[in-house]
Design a protein around this ligand. Structure first.
Ligand code: PLP
Length: 385
């Protein structure tokens, strides 16, 4: 089905950048620069400069950045890693594949790790904390860093959704031992297919991950130092990502303006929570614009019939997927979030006129609801969180 307002618009994205992308692709391909060449090194350097770390290492996906960071931090069998229950499954799979046990804790009203829940979950087996900067908002890193120092724990940041977001002027991915990014095509910095990178100030972490991403091999000496993986960030991808990285600050500014238009258009609807959280120390990059309502499924259907595409991240908690064999951690807020969240169209291409259509459709939906339904929905939304 074609939408009046698509969630994202990859064709329009390419149309706007066609000249720059085609030129860099032609250049890279005609040189035959396909694997581990200068374009990758330059992108890594520019990414490290952007995030404010000494090193960046490109890998095959955000998942690989997480997995390799954990391995580089020495996490393995018998260890526990604390992360949140409300995240993309790859965060948790990376912990499982590193051989450790994921311990899932509750999030706050901004969808990010709740420091009190984190501290309560620490045991003698805890080795690392994996905060997830969800939707383009950085976690409260001063509290998390204090807890990590007190208990001598490594921090690996899942910054897959937060490239360019800051907390107290510091960028996501520059707080912990390593920051992990995803270049999945619909991320704020999206590639031609999946890709990822990790950022770090630690030269040893950068070296280990550089070995792990290419079968454990030191390319200078030919020595295999580990049983590694085949998980490179392709050189052509790096060349294209480097072009896009130059546009990223403008795109983030655009996302923030779109978020502000949503705020102006939607505030005052009692049954709807908007993602404008308190705290002047945060600079949100709005990877996603996530609203909350107890009427979520009906609203989503209504928006679909009005030609507005939305997404739900994620419709059920990951521990309800039997194949993942995760224990139910009893996170009632996370459970509730799964039933209430709705991500509205948001990208560098989303236009103010499209926001107006979304706003009008949402207002129409709530105006059509019988008063009794609205009262119950508002009561439920403002209940304990
Ligand atoms: C929060 C979070 N963590 C990890 C990932 C994994 O990234 P990738 O899809 O590149 O493996 C994603 C990507 O969707 C994500 O949103």
């Amino acid at each position: 089905m074609s939408y009046r307002v698509p969630f994202v618009d990859p064709r329009e994205h390419y149309r706007r950048l066609k000249k720059e992308i085609d030129s860099v692709l032609t250049d890279t391909l005609s040189r035959g620069d396909l694997v581990l060449r200068s374009q990758l090194r330059e992108f890594e350097q520019n990414l490290a400069n952007f995030v404010g770390t000494k090193h960046a290492v490109g890998v095959g996906s955000g998942y690989h950045a997480l997995h390799f960071s954990l391995l580089a931090a020495g996490i393995g069998a018998g260890d526990e890693v604390i992360t949140v229950g409300h995240t993309f499954v790859a965060t948790v799979s990376a912990i499982v594949h590193a051989g450790a046990r994921p311990v899932l804790v509750e999030v706050g009203s901004d969808f990010n790790m709740n420091p009190a829940a984190l501290e309560a979950a620490i045991t003698s087996r805890t080795k690392a904390i994996l905060p997830v900067h969800l939707n383009g908002r950085v976690c409260p890193m001063d509290s998390i860093q204090r807890i990590a120092e007190k208990h001598n724990l490594a921090i690996i940041e899942d910054a897959a959704q937060a490239l360019g977001a800051t907390y107290r002027g510091k960028k996501a991915g520059s707080f912990g031992l390593a920051g992990c990014f995803s270049f999945y095509p619909f991320k704020a910095l999206g590639g031609l297919g999946d890709g990822g990178a990790l950022t770090t100030d630690d030269p040893q972490v950068a070296r280990i991950v550089t070995l792990l991403r290419y079968n454990g091999e030191d390319r200078q000496t030919g020595e295999y130092h580990y049983h590694g993986y085949t998980a490179l960030l392709d050189n052509v991808q790096a060349a294209v990502l480097d072009v896009k990285l130059r546009h990223l600050p403008d795109w983030i500014e655009h996302r923030r303006q779109i978020a502000e238009l949503y705020r102006k258009g939607l505030e005052g609807i009692e049954q709807l929570s908007l993602p404008h959280f308190q705290g002047t120390e945060y600079f949100d990059s709005f990877q996603n614009y996530v609203v909350r309502t107890t009427q979520r499924d009906a609203l989503r259907e209504f928006l679909k019939s009005s030609g507005v595409e939305t997404l739900v991240h994620w419709p059920k908690p990951m521990w309800e997927h039997k194949g993942l064999a995760l224990q139910d951690p009893g996170l009632s807020e996370t459970q509730r979030i799964c039933k209430e969240v709705l991500s509205l169209p948001m990208s560098a291409e989303t236009a103010p006129e499209q926001v107006a259509i979304v706003v009008e459709s949402i207002r129409e939906f709530f105006e059509r609801q019988p008063a009794s339904v609205l009262r119950t929905a508002a009561l439920n939304l403002s209940g304990p969180r």
